[in-house]
Design a protein around this ligand. Structure first.
Ligand SMILES: [Zn+2]
Length: 415
């Protein structure tokens, strides 16, 4: 394990560390470091080595969470993100926050007085097997036996093929609720807003809630050449008409940051000369307000009911609407938001408040600890793609603000 670390101990600069981490699973411009893969586990062993060299207590738990603890403090601020990627993803999603955490802990942990800084890389944030299993396991949130066993066995297999003999810690740390005061995560924005407004820092006020529904229309398959238009039970046309109405309805009730997506549409049997018998769409919408989410759901249900009731030539069609995913919105802690904005002021950096439209480990952490997040701009808003990148000066500015905020959080007490 220490063989990775021997060459590059002396310079803990953020860009160097990010570049070194990129080598694990690098694939052209991008990185393929799916949770539990050899590259993911190799990267985690390398992080362990860095933490150990920096004098921290470094451990990896049964699902792959990688943690460095300050040896000299009873209490700590927890900083970090994840180092797994989507298949052939970018080099900064997760890595940026994990490296900010690692570098901040190595740089500052010895110098803070009463509170240490612990650095974490959570396992499988991207959900290649079980979404956010690392942070859910760490904080004692719900997870299924199957999620745990699947994640743990993938980790074991990769550890074995790497010949790594490090014993795993059962759960890290067992006393986390007494130890941690705050959680802070940095991330690339993964969207175009900061770049478009030329603002280097986004302070996250909250993470959106998500509702996902599967809408199904059932009709009858017939010959598409011989069956007159008025005599069809065409599930395909009915679905398209309904999606169009729902889209117009959403447009009328949206809040300023609401987003929605008709990301999956499928017709069956799916042939040019057959009237579709079955048509399905997956409809997803996201907002920070429970009221807005409820309003969207009610509007959608009304429209489905109205179409089922009203349109005579589609009367023989059947409609069903199933909720397939529901994630509640969560606010970031006001004290952490305040500390982040002060840190921007102290560093002389412009910032804006914004919501996160994507899920992050901070979403899990925020259920248990006062948590906060900061974003830096993504070039062209690209992410989950090898083209994902951020300007070097933005990476440096983000680190300066993150480091300042972590230092400040160490001085705060809330209980
Ligand atoms: Zn991420």
């Amino acid at each position: 394990m220490t063989t990775f670390a021997a060459k590059e101990a002396s310079n803990p600069s953020v860009i160097n560390t990010l570049n070194r981490l990129r080598e694990f699973g690098q694939s052209g411009q991008g990185v393929n470091r799916v949770a539990g893969s050899i590259a993911d586990v190799e990267a985690r062993l390398w992080i362990l080595a860095q933490l150990e060299q920096g004098g921290m207590i470094a451990e990896i738990d049964e699902v792959g969470n990688t943690l460095g603890r300050s040896a000299h403090h009873e209490r700590a601020v927890l900083v970090g993100s994840h180092t797994d990627t989507v298949p052939t993803g970018g080099w900064l999603d997760g890595a940026l926050g994990a490296v900010y955490g690692l570098c901040t802990a190595l740089e500052l942990s010895q110098s803070t007085e009463h509170t240490g800084i612990d650095a974490v890389s959570f396992a499988d944030e991207e959900g290649s097997y079980a979404p956010c299993i690392g942070s859910r396991y760490f904080f004692g949130d719900e997870y299924s036996e199957q999620e745990f066993i699947g994640t743990a066995s993938r980790l074991q297999l990769s550890l074995a093929s790497l010949g790594a003999s490090r014993p795993l810690t059962k759960r890290l740390p067992r006393d986390w609720s007494k130890r941690y005061k705050f959680f802070l995560e940095a991330h690339i924005e993964q969207g175009p807003v900061l770049e478009a407004e030329d603002i280097p820092i986004g302070i996250v006020t909250g993470i959106v809630g998500i509702r996902r529904f599967e809408l199904t229309v059932l009709g009858r398959a017939d010959h598409a050449g011989t069956t007159p238009m008025t005599m069809r039970s065409d599930a395909g046309r009915a679905l398209i008409e309904l999606l169009n109405r729902i889209d117009i309805g959403f447009e009328q009730i949206k809040a300023s940051d609401t987003v929605w997506n008709f990301g999956v549409v499928a017709f069956s049997p799916g042939a040019p000369n057959v009237v579709p018998e079955r048509a399905t769409a997956v409809i997803e919408f996201r907002d920070r307000s429970l009221d807005v989410l409820a309003k969207f759901e009610a509007t959608m249900r009304d429209m489905v009911r109205a179409q089922a009731d009203q349109v005579p030539h589609l009367a023989s069609l059947r409609y069903s609407l199933q909720c397939t995913a529901q994630l509640e919105p969560i606010d970031m802690d006001v004290r952490v938001i305040e500390v982040l904005s002060r840190s921007c002021d102290a560093t002389g950096v412009a910032y804006r408040m914004m919501q996160s439209g994507a899920g992050h480990d901070a979403m899990i952490a925020a259920r248990h600890l006062p948590a906060g997040m900061l974003f830096i701009p993504s070039i062209g808003g690209r992410s989950h793609h090898p083209a994902e990148d951020s300007r070097k000066d933005h990476i440096q500015i983000g680190y300066a603000v993150f480091r300042e905020a972590t230092k400040y959080l160490c001085t705060l007490d809330y209980d």
